[in-house]
Ligand binder design. Sequence first.
Ligand SMILES: Nc1ncnc2c1ncn2[C@@H]1O[C@H](COP(=O)(O)OP(=O)(O)O)[C@@H](O)[C@H]1O
Ligand code: SF4
Ligand SMILES: [Mg+2]
Length: 390
Amino acid sequence: MTLLELDEVKVHFPVRRGILFDRTVGHVYAVDGVSLSVSAGQTYGLVGESGCGKTTLGRAVLRLNEITSGRVVFDGTDLAALPAEEMRRARRRLQMVFQDPLGSLNPRQNIESVLAEGMAAHGLGADRAERRAKILEILDRVGLPAGSLSRYPHEFSGGQRQRIGIARALVLEPDLVICDEPVSALDVSIQAQVLNLLEELQDSLGLTYLVIAHDLAVVRHISDVIGVMYLGSLVEEAPSDALYSDPRHPYTRALMSAVPVPDPEVEDTRERILLRGDLPSPAGPPAGCRFHTRCPWRQPERCATERPELTDVGGGHRVACHYAAEIAEGTLRPNRELAPPILHQPGTLTGFEAEAAEAAAEPGAAAGPEAGPGGPPDGGPGQGPQPLIP
Ligand SMILES: Nc1ncnc2c1ncn2[C@@H]1O[C@H](COP(=O)(O)OP(=O)(O)O)[C@@H](O)[C@H]1O
Ligand code: SF4
Ligand SMILES: [Mg+2]
C-alpha cells in the first residue's frame, strides 16, 4: 500500500530585489517536478549532492516550505490542499528528524519538557503522568535511560542527541518519519548504531521512512527503494539492490564510483568517474537534460535541448536519460568531443582519457563547452575534476 505519493511536486523560491519596490526578479527552482511513491512500512532513500533540493522536498511534504504546484498525497489526502489548521493536525502523523535535532533548542529546557511539548500541542496524553509514562516507554525504545528525563541537551553526546531527536518524533506516534541527514553529523562508528536503531524501530513500530542523505553509503543498507536527485528532480529510481548492481544514469554511475570498495583488488581496478565543476545554480538550471553540462556521455543531439523524462526500463527501475539503453549496452561511449574526461585511476590514464586530461591541464584550456558556473574557470591543474562526494 502506498502511504505517500508525490505527484509533480515543485517548490520555487522567488528571488526578490529592490529597496522601495520589492520585485521578483527570478526563481530558485529548488524542487522542479518530483514524482515518487513510498510504500507503507518501507524506506525510501533520497540521495544527491548538497544543494540539489532534498531538504526542500522533505520540508515541502510537511508544508514547512509552501508547494508551488503538484500534489502530496498522504494516506489518501492531498496535503498541499489542506487548510492550515487541518495541516497542523495532520503533521502529528508526519514527523521529521534533523541532522542535529537539539541544536536549536533552548539549553534550559530539560528532555522531559522537550518531549512533552509536542505531545501537549497535539493533545496526546490526558495529563503529565500519562505523558511521562509514554516518554519513558519511548526513551527505552531508543536506548536512553529513564534518568535522561531531567537532563539538558548539552549533557548528551552527538549519538544520544540523535536518539532524543528520534524520541521526540516517536512520542507523537507518527506513521511517516522523514530523516534529513540523520547521521551526517556523527562519527562513523556511531552512524551504524543510529541506522540500526532506525531499522529496529521500523520493524517494531511499523514505521515508514523517507531518509535523505548526500552519502549513498548511508541510504544503501536501510532503503528498499532509492531515488537519485540532481538539480531539483529525480534522475534515477530503483529498488536498492538494482540501483547498486546496475546503475543506469550517468550521474548515478559517477556517484557510485566515488564510494570506495572494501576489496582492494576491485578497488584498484574499478572505473572511477570524476565530474567536473559544481552543481549549476538552481536559479538558472541548464536547458535540456540538467546534467548535460557535466555528463561524460553527452551527445550533440537532444541532451542540451530536450529534457529527458523519468522512464521505466523494467523491474521498477526508472531512468531520465535519452541514451540510457545505449549506455547500458555499451554501444555509446563517453563523448570525446563534448565531454569532460573520465578517469579510471589516477596515473593510469589511457587513450582518449589521457589525451583529454592532458588537454584539460593545459593553461587556458576550456573546462568543457558549458561547465557549470561553479566549474573550474580555466581547467588548470589545481582545479581539475572533482569527486562528487567529498
Ligand atoms: N528559503 C529558501 N529561499 C531561497 N532558496 C532556498 C531556500 N531554501 C533552500 N534554497 C535553495 O534551494 C536549493 C536546494 O536546497 P536544499 O533543499 O537545502 O538542498 P539539499 O538539502 O539537497 O542540500 C539550494 O540552492 C538552496 O540555496
Ligand atoms: S540525456 Fe544526455 S546529458 Fe543527460 S544524462 Fe543522458 S547522455 Fe547525459
Ligand atoms: Mg539538506
